[in-house]
Design a protein around this ligand. Sequence first.
Ligand code: BES
Ligand code: MN
Ligand code: ZN
Length: 514
Amino acid sequence: MALFLLGSKTVRLANSRLRFFSSSCLKMKKGLILGVYEGENKDDVVLTPTAAKYNELVNGKLLANIALAGPKIKKSKTRIFWGIEGSQHTCVAVVGLGKQNVGVDPLEEIDEGRENIRAAVAAACSALENVDIRNIDIESMGNAEATAEGTTLSTWVFQEFKSPPKQKIIPSISLYGDDGAEAWQIGQIKADAQNWARRLADLPANLMTPTIFSQQVSEVLTNVGVKVIVHDKAWAEAKGMNSFLSVSRGSIEEPKFVEVHYNGGNKGDAPIVIVGKGVTFDAGGISLKPASGMDEMRSDMGGAACVVASIKALAQLNIKLNIIGLIPLTENLPSGSATKPGDLVTAMNGKTIIVDNTDAEGRLILADGLCYAAEFKPKFTMDIATLTGAIRIALDNAATGVFTTSSELYEKLRSSGEVTGDRVWRMPLWQHYNSKMTKPCKAADVNNLSKTKGGGSCSAAGFLREFASTDVPWMHLDIAGVAGPCAENISYLQPGMTGRPTRTLIEFFQKFAS
Ligand code: BES
Ligand code: MN
Ligand code: ZN
């Protein structure tokens, strides 16, 4: 009598025998995620095309179960049904997508259809995780790209230093049904890029020094056919990047200057140059930051992470564009050799700077990055940086602050944020702010600190403008509000650094290429 089968247990319950799977078999269970929309009337259920097909396949059992459970499935709410079909899927998670055919909300400046999908699939994955389903099939929800983004982003968490038994198991997820295979892949590439940026930013500063950053980036980008050059301190000295180097004086970690070239466009086409702030730890230098929350400053290379992550995705997507990433990398620490408040430094373009606050170091390293960018005769220059706490005060974590000389470029970036759900908002780049940084400074050309309070993000942009080439358009992105750590208001990202706005950058460059 084979009562005890290998890999399963048999229990006797009164007169009936139930066989249930042991825990090793539980992991093999497979779940299916399908979507429903809210109908016009209270009790309407509107299945997505794939869900409708599935309902036919199971002879109406899906709809019957939904009706039994109460038909109204609200946005991002999940219902799990067991045993609808005998073969492929142990259970089906039905998730609410909200209203059907919703597009861009012009005031919110967001594609609600896509954003609803990201949030819904994240909720469904988490509901399946709660019942130990690690193997998931998911339908396209009418937009396989957004579905892939929602699943890939929401199931990832920075946890590599937790002991393996304590690590969350990341589910394996595949597209179900016959629509959207290509879009699914595109979404995965974009979300994987963002996840890489999240990881780079969250890695503790002792494990993500300028040297380690350059090594990891060389490895990953070389693998996708991008050229990476790692310049050392001597190179930066020869270039006259003394503003950048002044920040690294307080640390024993060698500064690096990483230069990456992605040549997906026509030979000879002017490149786009993007400079990313790569401060691998910002203690503030002699203008030391308060202790509380200082660990967050391990992610002060979030701009650099976005640059390399978006270039990785562009290469994988084979986007027809020439793009150069420039990344000054350094720590900002106090020491006996550190730059002191009031010190004078000279940037690569010969402008002299009084460093009144060593904690305003981002602008010092970007200044030389922007000067160097001009050597490539770019189509336009962009920089991206966790630059000011003030942008958090202004915009919270809702949007990246954008300062630009070009309304055309701004519109492209704005509409990219609409698509990705990772939005931007325009800030002023007026002479008013340049003057604040230059006029009161009698001893040198520029001061790195404004004498008057208020508009801290704008005066930082005003400072940078003194170093960006005036021959071509320029955009400055302040991401200190969005880079992390993640707040609860983004339901498809788990706690940790966010890797924002990587997908918006990718979308923007894609738009630019087409
Ligand atoms: N890395 C910080 C900005 C920052 C603050 C990023 C909070 C993320 C969260 C930057 O280097 C900095 O220290 N900025 C100063 C500028 C000030 C001294 C003019 C700031 O924002 O306080
Ligand atoms: Mn600082
Ligand atoms: Zn900083």
